[in-house]
Write a protein that binds this ligand. Structure first.
Ligand code: NAI
Length: 321
């Protein structure tokens, strides 16, 4: 590492525009965090109206925060004014920025295509980060040459020309409230960029933790048995879902595994589980459960669909609590 080496991330917030790709649960929250820190943000989504809906929802959140006296009207308006939206599937149309944070679906092919298009259009100094929960940074940048990573990209698509500026910035749900950000390096990630990214998220008021690209990184790997064992116990009729959560909350966890997967999204959490399981050569310790697969198949995705393990009203408040 070159001490003090300059990267795009060292610029003052107003001079470091950020693009967030994907305006779902995570992307909209990450856009909020970056805009609150003073960056101009473009929020990009492929679905018509998705980015605008995310900003409208954010405006509603700020109205509540202003009414509670937690944010001033001026700060709220200034933050919202920094966010613009862009609807496209073609990432070469994203305006030039210093940092991209990708938060689209957890599918390797989709992410790889996005990174290749970003590389085509953005300057070589632009830092390209992914919010992936579980996919290999090397598979996304195309650097992976062995094992499951290689199988994931099958050698069909070429590696990026500048994989050094690719890293993981893994936020937690909801990004505006959760302090932790896992800063993930791939094999090729530039140490100066990793150091600068760590400093940047610290300046955003977050707690960065460094981790090398490994299935599930730290939190999602350690948490797989937390979710899986709870689901197996419920599926086997040993205990009901509400009681599992009550027990784990009583033991000091902020949330139980059943309500937490409803918050994350059963589909998102299942995809992460599958990814960790495949990347570990189908290690039985991480095998996804039939219970969760069935929830996903039935469209019981959690708070976002109004019904997961538990039922929710339109504002996401649990009905059966
Ligand atoms: P989501 O399903 O809420 O949002 C994804 C958004 O990406 C949707 O608005 C969709 O229209 C958009 N999108 C899909 N394909 C696209 C494309 N090709 N170009 C542009 N936009 C596209 O998903 P969520 O929960 O926000 O997750 C996003 C990423 O963040 C995933 O990689 C997930 O694993 C990761 N993540 C999720 C967490 C969670 O608790 N939900 C926590 C941490 C990471």
């Amino acid at each position: 590492q070159t001490p003090g080496a300059h990267t795009a991330l060292d610029a003052a917030p107003a001079q470091l525009p950020v693009a967030v790709i994907g305006a779902g649960a995570m992307g909209s929250g990450i856009a909020q965090v970056a805009a609150q820190a003073g960056h101009p943000v473009v929020l990009v989504d492929s679905q018509d109206g998705a980015a605008d809906r995310a900003v409208a929802k954010l405006a509603g959140t700020f109205d509540t925060l202003v009414s509670k006296g937690r944010v001033t009207r001026e700060d709220a308006d200034a933050t919202l004014a920094r966010i613009t939206t862009h609807t496209t599937r073609d990432m070469t149309t994203v305006p030039p920025v210093g940092l991209v944070i990708e938060a689209v679906v957890e599918q390797i092919d989709v992410k790889r295509a996005i990174f290749r298009q970003l590389e085509e259009a953005q300057a070589p100094t632009t830092v390209l980060a992914t919010n992936t929960s579980s996919l290999s940074i090397d598979a996304i940048s195309g650097e992976a040459t062995t094992g499951h990573d290689a199988a994931l990209h099958g050698g069909v698509s070429p590696a990026l020309a500048h994989p050094g500026r690719v890293l993981g910035l893994h936020f937690f749900n909801p990004p505006a409230l959760m302090k932790l950000v896992e800063v993930i390096n791939g094999a090729a990630s530039d140490p100066d960029i990793l150091a600068a990214a760590t400093d940047l998220v610290r300046r955003w008021g977050k707690t960065p933790v460094r981790c090398t690209s490994t299935p599930g990184f730290i939190v999602n790997r350690v948490a797989r048995p937390f979710y899986g064992e709870a689901q197996r116990m419920v599926a086997d009729g040993i205990v009901d879902a509400a009681t599992v959560d009550l027990a784990l909350r009583g033991a000091g966890f902020r949330m139980g595994p059943m309500e937490l997967t409803d918050l994350i999204g059963q589909d998102v959490n299942y995809a992460v589980g599958e990814s960790v399981w495949h990347q570990t050569g189908q290690d039985p310790r991480y095998e996804p459960t039939a219970y969760q697969r069935d929830l996903v198949r039935e469209g019981r995705l959690g708070r976002k669909s109004g019904h997961g393990v538990f039922r929710y009203d339109d504002s996401g408040t649990p009905l059966d609590a």
